[in-house]
Design a protein around this ligand. Structure first.
Ligand SMILES: [Zn+2]
Ligand SMILES: [Zn+2]
Length: 333
């Protein structure tokens, strides 16, 4: 598994109830790349991208850009970051969309072949439309591919099933491929129908199929990331250890900074007004994430915008964060 960063924005830490005062914090627009042995490259969100950059040049989108200091440079576009790692945009078979905010779907139009997996409630909100309603919900329809309806796979609450051991805190969810490798989690509150994803990774950071015995099979890790070197010269027991998997929950905007998971202080009212669709659901989702962390203290919980969490992941799995620095000069496939 790799994390990607396509653009960033800024916010005052007081808006998250984190500090009495302080300089604006930088919030990377994070997303993730998973490799499935059968279904190939899968994305969870895609950050800002070319369409968001264009949209932010005019009108109210320009105000958005100025208010939160949003930026995504060409060399940070998700297709470019993937190209720098040898992956073509047209080879992305599936994208799980956490929610429809521009910092999560701004790059969507770069992936013309991908099936788009989204919560039914989130999609119905987009379809219902209405200028003011979409403006308040921060949904920019111009970012969405023209053929999105033909490519959607909706996650409906009626199809959600009990999650496997270790994920009980999240209630019901969706087994994305029916093989137990990727579970989609209901994380409502910040946005209507927000979802996250749970996968297992080995010590090298590669996302694994349900059956660990399949890990060496064809198609596993078409993109190799560093960290696999940990197993070099390994003994049998350390090789087994290298295969041991760690759970990762990609939490989108269920919270924004890792301090928030440990800090039970409520969000200031103005943040709830502007950045939370349903306050009770937001708190409930945060409680579930805290319960999960208490039950699985070794698991990674990765929100989309926490620079420190992304840095910690990069420290643990070197070269498994896709950033613009790697993609300068790489042309998108
Ligand atoms: Zn959001
Ligand atoms: Zn976001």
């Amino acid at each position: 598994m790799a994390l990607g960063v396509s653009g960033h924005s800024h916010a005052d830490p007081r808006h998250l109830g984190l500090a009495a005062q302080g300089a604006p914090m930088r919030f990377p627009a994070g997303w993730a790349l998973l490799q499935h042995p059968v279904h190939g490259a899968v994305l969870f969100d895609c950050g800002y991208g070319a369409a968001a950059r264009t949209a932010m040049q005019r009108g109210l989108r320009r105000v958005y850009r100025q208010v939160i200091g949003a930026c995504c440079e060409v060399h940070e576009d998700p297709a470019r970051l993937l190209a720098a790692r040898g992956l073509r945009a047209e080879d992305i078979a599936l994208i799980v969309i956490s929610h429809f905010h521009p910092d999560h779907v701004g790059g969507l139009r770069e992936f013309g072949n991908a099936r788009l997996v989204v919560h039914g409630d989130g999609w119905r909100q987009v379809r219902r439309g209405g200028f003011l309603r979409l403006l308040h919900a921060q949904i920019w329809r111009e970012l969405l591919p023209a053929d999105i309806e033909q490519r959607l796979q909706l996650l409906e609450p009626s199809q959600a099933r009990a999650l496997p051991d270790g994920l009980e805190a999240f209630g019901a969810g969706w087994d994305l491929f029916g093989d137990g490798s990727v579970h989609v989690l209901d994380l409502p509150g910040h946005a209507l129908g927000q979802v996250g994803v749970a996968v297992c990774v080995d010590r090298a950071g590669d996302s694994s199929a349900a059956d660990p015995a399949d890990r060496s099979g064809p198609g596993s890790a078409a993109v190799q990331y560093d960290g696999a070197g940990e197993a070099a010269g390994a003994t049998e027991s350390s090789r087994a250890d290298a295969r041991a998997s760690t759970r990762v929950v990609l939490a989108a905007d269920a919270f924004w900074r890792r301090e928030q998971l440990g800090d039970a202080r409520p969000l200031p009212w103005w943040t709830r007004l502007l950045a939370v669709h349903d306050s009770a659901a937001y708190e409930d989702t945060l409680s579930r994430l805290r319960a999960f962390r208490a039950a699985c203290p070794d698991a990674w919980i990765i929100p989309a915008h926490c620079a420190d969490t992304i840095a910690a992941w990069e420290h643990r799995h070197p070269a498994s964060v896709l950033r613009g620095d790697d993609a300068r000069g790489a042309s998108p496939a």
